[in-house]
Design a protein around this ligand. Structure first.
Ligand SMILES: Nc1nc2c(ncn2[C@@H]2O[C@H](COP(=O)(O)OP(=O)(O)OP(=O)(O)O)[C@@H](O)[C@H]2O)c(=O)[nH]1
Ligand SMILES: [Mg+2]
Length: 405
């Protein structure tokens, strides 16, 4: 399960985003993770159009939730806390902060797009702070952090490479594995920094710095959550950031999403997260204040931006940035059930371009070891496929193996 880290300077809405993401109005599937005692870690949900409607079946999901034909699948979310300048030197909750980021696969960088908080999170007049500075600040902090880790270990890296028994890239990748930096990340970072593996031995500080910056960007990719879009000049700032930045930027109003989810939880409205609208269930149950708030959300957020941005932010992080897809495994390819008769029980997040055999391995090693062939239902067509077949988003898959249950 991917881990999504929420980062940003103080007072921008990180905890609000965390709350909006983890406030589910449905009974949540039983993840081992929900038993955590860390209040800053929770389960958020990415959403994908479920296959139930096109197959004409009523599903009963086990590991996920289906609301009106939208399947919600759990991912881990962590609210990392406010980052202040100099965190990499241990300022604020610096070290703890960075320790949490280590484990994240992708970051949601929350900014106050209205510019109503200064660099340290103090409230100021809207528009007085340029949110672009916050983007630069986070990038600098994180890249300094990577740089310091590399620098601290540089001598031992070079010594190990000199000893001649290990490949430079292996030494680096072993050293950085705790940061979830993978071999491919290092290769890509070296290439982007204009360096080669053989340069590692003779790199100077500014080369290491360049490498650190690339490594950070590649291994901790970012989605910018342009929060507080409801406060003027949020909209103008958002447009400028979206134009200038080479990162996904999502206009967002966390407080609106929290209000909608709370209202849905209390049975006042019907709202499917990510939708552009909601339905009032019983208008007589709403106070005039609540009615006013709902109208305000509809007119100023949903009609304007198509949604509150919270669902879009997490979907973008998992599907567009981490390049994941959703696959539905079944045991009966005609009824789409598992062996208990549950229809479309599971929706599983996997890397794009995964082969069916690798997918089998994710379900059960034995299924992969004794794999015979697979059956894939795509766009309503059923096809028998071999081990190297590459899966696509929303495929329904049955594995035929010698040792299946
Ligand atoms: N107008 C508006 N205010 C928001 C929005 N999201 C959060 N806020 C407000 O911003 C303030 C800070 O929100 P938090 O979620 O506590 O921010 P944080 O980033 O977690 O702050 P720290 O934990 O102190 O770093 C609160 O008063 C929120 O109600 C939004 O979308 N619009
Ligand atoms: Mg907070």
């Amino acid at each position: 399960m991917p881990l999504i880290g929420i980062v940003g300077k103080p007072n921008v809405g990180k905890t609000s985003l965390f709350k909006a993401l983890t406030l589910a109005d449905v009974k949540i599937a039983n993840y081992p993770f929900t038993t955590t005692y860390d209040p800053n870690i929770g389960i958020g949900y990415v959403s994908v159009k479920c296959v139930c409607r096109e197959l004409g079946v009523k599903d009963n999901p086990r590991n996920s939730v289906c609301i009106d034909g939208t399947r919600f699948i759990g991912v881990k979310v962590i609210d990392i806390g406010g980052l202040v300048p100099g965190a990499y030197m241990g300022r604020g909750i610096g070290n703890l902060f960075l320790d949490h980021i280590r484990r994240a696969d992708v970051l949601l960088h929350v900014i106050d797009v209205s510019g109503s908080t200064d660099a340290e999170g103090n409230i100021i007049e809207p528009g007085k702070h340029d949110p672009m500075e916050d983007i630069q600040f986070i990038e600098e902090e994180l890249s300094m952090w990577f740089f310091n880790i590399l620098k601290r270990n540089w001598r031992s890296i070079v010594n190990r490479i000199r000893a001649g028994r290990e490949k430079p890239i292996n030494v680096l990748s072993e050293m950085l594995s705790g940061l979830k930096v993978r071999r491919e990340h290092i290769k890509e970072a070296l290439r982007e920094a204009g360096l080669s593996e053989d340069d590692i031995m003779k790199m100077k500080d500014d080369d290491v710095q360049r490498l650190a910056n690339k490594l950070m960007k590649i291994s901790k990719p970012m989605v910018v959550v342009a929060n507080k879009i409801d406060i003027d000049p949020g909209e103008d700032n958002y447009k400028e950031l979206a134009r200038k930045l080479d990162l996904p930027v999502i206009p967002c109003c966390c407080v609106a999403e929290i209000a909608l989810k709370m209202a849905a939880k209390n049975g006042l409205i019907k709202y499917v997260p990510g939708d552009s609208d909601f339905k009032i269930i019983d208008s007589s149950k709403l106070t005039s204040e609540q009615k006013k708030a709902l109208v305000w959300i509809k007119e100023n957020i949903l009609d304007k931006y198509g949604e509150t941005g919270v669902q879009k932010a997490i979907n973008t992080a998992v599907f567009d940035v981490l390049n994941m897809i959703v696959v539905f495994p079944v045991e009966d390819e005609y009824k789409y059930t598992d062996h208990h008769g549950n229809v479309l029980p599971d929706a599983i997040l996997v890397d794009k371009r995964i082969t069916i055999k690798k997918f089998a391995e994710k379900i059960h090693t034995e299924l992969a070891e004794t794999f015979i062939y697979g059956i894939v239902i795509r766009n309503g067509k059923l096809e028998r496929v071999g081990a190297d077949f590459i899966l696509e988003n929303r495929d329904i898959v049955k594995i035929v193996a010698a040792k299946s249950r």
